[in-house]
Design a protein around this ligand. Sequence first.
Ligand code: HDE
Length: 689
Amino acid sequence: MAAAVRASEAAMGDLLDLPLGSGGETQQRDGTGILTTDHGVPISDNQNSLKAGPRGPVLLEDFVLREKIFHFDHERIPERIVHARGSGAHGTFTVTRAIPELTRAALFQKAGNSCETFTRFSTVAGSKGSKDTPRDVRGFATKLYTAEGNWDLVANNFAPFFVQDALKFPDLIHAVKPEADRMFPQAASAHDTFWDFVSLMPETMHTVMWLMSDRALPRSYRMMEGFGVHTFRMVNAEGKASFVKFHWKPRLGVQSLLWDEAVKIGGADPDFNRRDLWEAIDRGDFPEFDLGIQVFDAAFASAQFYDVLDATKIIPEEDVPVQIIGTLQLNRNPDNFFAETEQVAFMPQNVPPGIDFSDDPLLQGRLFSYLDTQKSRLGTTNFFQIPINAPRCPFANMQRDGMMQTLVHKGRANYEPNSLDKAGEDQGPRPSEQGFETIRRMDQAEDANQKLRVRADSFRDHFSHARLFYRSQTPVEQDHIVNAFTFELSKVDLPHVRLAVLAQLRNVDETMAARVAKGLALDLPPRAAPASEPVDMPASDALSILKNAAETLEGRKVGILMDEDSDASQVRALVAAIKAAGGVAITIAPRRGLGDGQLDGTPSVVVDAIALVLTEAAARKLCQHKPAIDFVSDAFAHCKAIGHAAGAQPLLDKAGVVADAGVVPLDALPAAAVRRYHDREARIWAAHP
Ligand code: HDE
């Protein structure tokens, strides 16, 4: 086989003469258990460098030391420009509904077809070492290793995007990242430059509404929706194309943190979402997401007052329902963070035949950016050979050589066409009629033959969808949005920027703008004239988290506070009841040996509900201990269910807990812990505007 690069994993193993693991990963050959240099020379002493005499200077001759330090010095690669902090998981995607009428992609021809996957969740603005819980968009990128090549569905947990044209992406990211001179704030949008950009770019307003909402504070990566954002196309075997938007729907429902909780978790457990994902997979609670599509045609597209090619817009699910076509299950933690989660290279241009792009100018820009960034991050055009990036299907072409080439191509056929087969040699791969074929434009515009550096008129409306989003929320969710704007703008030092944002907010909702202004002690400035007057759309319930809340203990964690005098049988019964309802229970005690967590290091922000299994004497003693009081008062303020033994009353009183539907006896806790009690908010956070 001369030109074919790789016919199967087995062939790759032959070529490299290396054993391959089940996921295609190359292992070190460590069967002997002997430590060697990178070049296989056995090492006898890994404690001491080679010196001239016992106390003498270290010798340059020490190749063991030099190789080890040299490798260490080069261990880091550039972090991603955006989405630097991420967590990954292997999984399986299974088709639940065949859609040959929509796409010729082999994967979707039969229900039951499946492929391996790798998913990476991420925050966007923060560096690799930043916390998991900032107010931010989350990435949700999945590589599906299909039989027709990799399909990368590089999604976010927000349905719209901030800007309409890829040309504005670097400006957006520069504005939100830490400010250029001082390099703070880290992983936060609450600063001058971000809001300056927002105030001058009204097209950002719809996505800013999502950013100010609880969608920006996911409780868990297992509890987020994912959105392909752009309009894509599917093409069937007859060449008929349809527009599609991709959605991931979490089986556990969408759940979010409260802002105060997110801030405190940032200190208590900066790895909160990463740990949650790892632990869930580790204990066999495999996260699952349904893949849905919204399908529509050119006639629907042209009948809307907004442009379906404008990524700052959504298509309400009430207008085009989401049809479920498959399920993603994340079922294996990475073996090595760097090799897999860090080196995985997603590219929206990776699509199998039968899936195609639209003319969305943001998507078109992404088709360039991702390939380019991988070369810069991974250092070589051969990054596709890294096991996590390599297709699991045969692949072959005439691309050759380059840095870190690991494939040993044989024969002379490194050009196409050739007639080497006539001389009995391998001719190598040739194009196929079944191959990817770019679909003709569906929306052939009159101006298609002109070169124009313009923004289409159909992209002028910037506020209708922002308004739709706000009006689709419950009052509690609207309060959270008002509070988020107030907090963020309170961190903006430039007074004219605060006013300019308020002037824009008046186009979204007058009451909301007035409340934010009040919170900032500002008079409302005149409304900023919009490029196009907003249209009132019917509210979309699908946009609210609370209207769709899944009342279940599945995926939720209960923290049981106890000490050495607690009734062990009560604790055991509670743990069993929580497990039986699908939840996870952890015990927390003032001293670690007594529970899974130690009280001072396990505040209630890291769990979804609490139980107090305490005697009255223990409760009285804990009234003298600040972390215990905070444990209870925070759980109450964060609207969590609180189950308690009768003896715990002194601690409840000390923490200011007022009886309500979420404060229950221990045996009622599993039923009460399926939700939050948001009606407490008005009382506890009364000073908010
Ligand atoms: Fe990305 N984006 N992006 N993006 N994006 C990257 O690629 C870019 C956009 C998204 O876990 C980078 O490998 C441009 C929308 C995710 O590895 C980079 C534009 C959506 C991830 C890049 C966008 C996304 C990235 C940085 C505007 C939602 C993380 C490192 C034209 C659909 C993937 C990298 C992972 C990563 C560019 C806009 C999602 C620089 C130019 C819209 C989930 O190439």
